[in-house]
Design a binder for this molecule. Sequence first.
Ligand code: ACO
Length: 325
Amino acid sequence: MRARITGTGMSVPDGILSNADLEKIVDTTDEWIVTRTGIKERRMAEEGQSLSDFAIPAAERALEMAGVEGADVDLVICATISSDRLFPATSCIIQDAIGAKDAPAFDLSAACTGFIYGLNIGTQFIEAGRARNVLVVGGEMLTQIVDWSDRATCVLFGDGAGAVLLQATEQNRGVLGYAMHADGALADLIERPGGGSRSPISHAMIDAGLANIRMRGNETFKKAVRRLAEVSVEALAECELGPRDVDWFIPHQANKRIIDAVGQRLAVPDGATYVNVERYGNTSAASVPIALDELNRAGRVEDGQIVLMTAFGSGLTWASAVVKW
Ligand code: ACO
């Protein structure tokens, strides 16, 4: 039994925050942001909007494409580090909205790698024969948790959600292989330190800026390039494939320089790498499913093509999945 992606969907806020807008908020320039990251604009939710406002439509679009009713979904996974509430899980809110009555639902915290972790876990449920239809959502509202006075991070992130429906198939297609890793010794590189049990919510915690994202960007950058290339090769090798066999390479959209460096290191075929970071910035767990949905809806992924997805994020975590479309 294999797990095939039969539906994709995405939803992003209408509001666009451009680099010119950011120039009015922090000491930065369009030129710095474009040269260092490739980002030109990102989507930003309005006050009062939350993750489920985007995660639910993304899920509904994936179900509609697959032609599957919510009632037939037997597992809901939502990868996020910016859920609607600290608990319950946003996956439960999605489960109710789509009518997947009594289906198990859980959130998964692996930051930017969360969607690929979720895809691989959903695949396990299907391959083990314990589920036939698994909904995997990746979504974030990171503009709500950045420090708007920290120019090194606030220019990077954007909001949105993407989703896929995984379905059981007897055919030799779908998720062919994957690799997943973490290194908790580097937990301090990207973190949101406050609000959990180590630094519970308090005025002092908020005043100290602990409720916002902190990142040591340059150190993260170097780790990301090496790990993304390694884990991609590892996942491809599991399927007895190499980088030259890849028709579409969908890397986590954090930074155009990281994407270019990984593409060069891997030597995937020219034109195989999909990039949309200029329009959305880093949407963390949403970045890979948003990119996949854009490609898929444009009719650019053909039957039988090999799609390599790879991501890297806080934890540190990193993972890849190889899909035969
Ligand atoms: N505008 C202008 N100058 C800036 C800005 C800004 N927005 N931000 C930083 N600078 C300055 C710094 O202060 C520094 O100045 P200095 O040399 O006088 O000290 C200079 O630019 C260079 O800073 P670096 O941090 O070395 O810049 P770098 O080239 O590394 O780019 C960036 C920074 C874009 C953050 C990059 O390191 C990066 O993309 N890192 C990886 C991010 C990532 O992949 N994160 C993982 C996922 S996130 C998650 O899991 C939630």
